[in-house]
Design a binder for this molecule. Structure first.
Ligand SMILES: Nc1nc2c(ncn2[C@@H]2O[C@H](COP(=O)(O)OP(=O)(O)OP(=O)(O)O)[C@@H](O)[C@H]2O)c(=O)[nH]1
Length: 308
């Protein structure tokens, strides 16, 4: 059958008639202005609106982004999920929501690279554009990195969830927090100790959030790789996309030689983050998807090096 035969089988009403059939009606009388300068501007009303707001803005904004990585692939295009906001005082009814996405589009046209330098510039400009004292951006994205089998050297692609938060305030400057959620293998020390053979093991989700020092140099340090290393180097074993039998044997034996409770993971990862001179504060959590239970095991630590 060809296209002409297919289209002549049923005689449909026109598209306009079909829309009316399904309930569309003619436009009503138009009384309100269509010119921007004649429209009421409710969000810019000035009155005492009772409370200052900590944050108002937009969230769950998906946008293509470019990121740099010290691991292969070194330049990646991925999808970022954004949140933008600023505070507003009680004297102002609302923010100008369209200015957030206007600013995003401007950066997109300039080849939006997601690094701390750019996000700092972005938030300062956003505060100016909004005519507010502060502005906040958060972006979350999947970060991909090449991983080779320990024995075969065969490569594949892993990923971790990265996110960056930058808050600019005209009086206090910038607050920067970066986070990574990576996956590891953990093998239960208790199970190994009590069993004649074997030990249960599982995937663990390690989440790390770190406040960086003001002088952190992103040109010489890739914080994503540093946080991933803190999680993986303390695990029972790393996660691999491609494993041949000699690799699988190596990973299995490595996990058995390095058993870890969920508590051990958060303490060991914390020790590594503590030793990073550019980390001021950190939060570490681990969630083990227990293979012998329906529930998960969790542990977490928050630590502030500046309050010692
Ligand atoms: N403040 C506020 N705006 C909203 C809300 N819901 C939707 N809007 C937005 O209102 C926006 C239009 O308002 P503005 O951004 O102030 O537009 P404008 O006044 O033409 O823009 P400027 O000339 O930059 O001031 C649209 O982008 C809508 O997304 C809300 O709950 N609060």
């Amino acid at each position: 059958m060809n296209q002409t035969d297919l289209n002549t089988k049923k005689q449909l009403p026109s598209k306009e008639e079909r829309h009316k059939l399904f309930g569309s009606v003619d436009p009503g009388p138009r009384t309100k202005p269509v010119e921007k300068d004649k429209m009421p501007d409710l969000q810019n009303s000035r009155e005492d609106f009772l409370f200052d707001l900590d944050a108002v803005g937009i969230t769950n904004v998906k946008h293509p982004i470019r990121i740099h990585s010290s691991k292969k692939p070194e330049i990646q295009t991925t999808v970022g999920t954004f949140r933008f906001s600023s505070s507003i005082s009680k004297g102002s009814k609302g923010t100008n929501m369209s200015r957030f996405t206007e600013q995003l589009e401007k950066y997109h046209n300039e080849g939006f690279a997601i690094d701390l330098f750019t996000l700092k510039k972005f938030t300062k400009e956003l505060a100016d554009r909004l005519e507010q004292k502060d502005a906040f951006i958060e972006v979350s994205y999947p970060w991909f990195f090449e991983r080779k089998g320990p024995f075969s050297d065969l490569a594949g692609m892993n990923h971790a969830d990265a996110s960056m938060k930058v808050h600019y305030h005209q009086d206090t400057g910038y607050d920067i927090e970066v986070s990574l959620n990576g996956t590891i293998t953990t093998l239960c020390p208790c199970s190994k100790e009590i069993s004649e053979y074997s030990a249960h093991n599982q995937r663990g989700q390690v989440s790390m959030s770190v406040t960086l020092t003001d002088d952190f140099d992103e040109n010489s340090i890739d914080w994503k790789s540093a946080l991933l290393e803190a999680a993986e180097s303390n695990a029972s074993a790393r996660i691999h996309p491609v494993l041949k039998r000699p690799d699988e044997k190596a990973v299995t034996e490595q996990a058995y030689e390095n058993p870890r409770f969920v508590e051990d993971i958060v303490r060991l990862v914390s020790a590594d983050l503590y030793e990073l001179s550019y980390v001021e504060k950190f939060y570490v959590s681990c969630r083990n998807e227990e293979s012998i239970h329906l529930h998960d095991a969790i542990a977490e630590i928050t630590y502030d090096k500046t309050s010692e």
